[in-house]
Design a protein around this ligand. Structure first.
Ligand code: PBG
Length: 333
């Protein structure tokens, strides 16, 4: 062997050496799914007498207070301590006033979860009006348009009612301008300095939310959400939205959806030092479930690959409806 050939061999064989056995592959693996970095979204209903399966999201249901407690208990036993709560209220009106009603599903659930599990559970409360308004928009409508500033007042009332119930973290998802500053100010004025804000900062006007809107009964009755959610074609704008939210006091920022927006996750991860959450949304979940139920893909391996990719892109937290399954799969030998 001459010298050139030897050098070539040395270099050429490196990948093969590092992939030869499972032990070597796992030794050099760059990204791992950490169960304690997963957040499990759950739906709780004021009306349901028993859990109502969600047709668009197999494996998830609209929980009663009892079944929610049971589900959270299961999650805690699997090592998942963070849950994100969405409510299906007993009544809807033009202002979405059931969002800040202390007797409604989310507030009741927060109280019960914190009473039952204390600080073992991290309760994150989604904050939006679309589940609570009769028109299904994320804010209050004036002259056929969502009125940003009136909506902020409703968000502040909702945040305070969730904090009073005991929420550890508020996650405003309505994409109104100034929502983080308004909520921070409202929480502080009531003494809730320690309640954190996870801001849905770069939330796109995505068609991937459709299964969620069935689950939360929150589809808009007219129009769409393009005047307040982001254009899927933009990435620089995502950075502006994230910087805005950090200036306003966000503790965690978010990109949503996740899988079709890995480049956005990467760009944000490289530009900010706050924890970055990515939301693996209902449409991403439903596509995997539908294909798996048809036997077209291997659900376990596809889910692990997707979630690993979201972490690899730069997310430090992943919100996913697959969280419980993942925790179970990762325990398998
Ligand atoms: C409420 C909200 C939505 C989602 C989270 N919070 C729906 C929407 O904006 O229409 C979507 C979550 C998912 O699809 O999993 N604004």
């Amino acid at each position: 062997m001459d010298e050139t050939e030897q050098i070539l061999n040395t270099l050429v064989r490196r990948p093969r050496r590092l992939r030869r056995t499972a032990a070597i592959r796992s030794l050099v693996q760059e990204t791992h799914i950490n169960v304690s970095s997963l957040v499990l979204p759950l739906f709780v209903s004021s009306a349901a007498q028993e859990p109502v399966p969600i047709s668009s999201m197999p494996g998830h249901c609209q929980h009663t207070q009892e079944s929610l407690l049971h589900e959270v208990d299961k999650a805690l036993k699997e090592g998942i301590s963070a849950v994100l709560l969405f409510g299906i209220p007993s009544y809807k009106d033009a202002e979405g006033s059931s969002a800040w009603d202390s007797e409604e599903a989310v507030q009741t659930a927060i109280k019960r979860l914190k009473r039952e599990f204390g600080d073992d559970v991290l309760v994150i409360s989604d904050l939006c009006l679309c589940e609570y308004t009769e028109h299904g928009h994320c804010g209050i409508i004036v002259d056929g348009q969502v009125d940003n500033d009136q909506t902020l007042e409703a968000y502040v009332k909702t945040a305070i009612s969730q904090a009073e119930a005991g929420a550890d973290m508020i996650a405003p998802s309505g994409m109104m301008d100034g929502q983080v500053a308004a909520i921070r100010d409202g929480l502080d004025s009531e003494g809730f300095y320690d309640v954190a804000i996870m801001a849905y900062s770069a939330k796109y006007a995505s068609s991937f939310y459709a299964p969620f809107r069935v689950a939360a009964e929150s589809a808009p009755a007219f129009g769409d959400r393009k005047t307040y959610q982001m254009n899927p074609a933009n990435v620089k704008e995502a950075l502006l939205e994230v910087y805005e939210d950090i200036d306003q006091g966000a503790d965690i920022v978010m990109v949503k959806p996740a899988l079709p927006y890995l480049d956005v996750i990467r760009a944000v991860a490289e530009s900010v030092n706050l924890p970055l959450a990515a939301y693996n949304v209902s449409g991403e979940y439903a596509m995997v479930k539908a294909a798996a139920l048809n036997g077209w893909i291997d659900e376990k391996n596809v889910v692990k690959e997707i979630i690993t990719s979201i972490f690899r892109a730069g997310a430090s937290i992943v919100i996913t409806y697959h969280a419980l399954d993942i925790a179970k799969w990762l325990k398998e030998p």
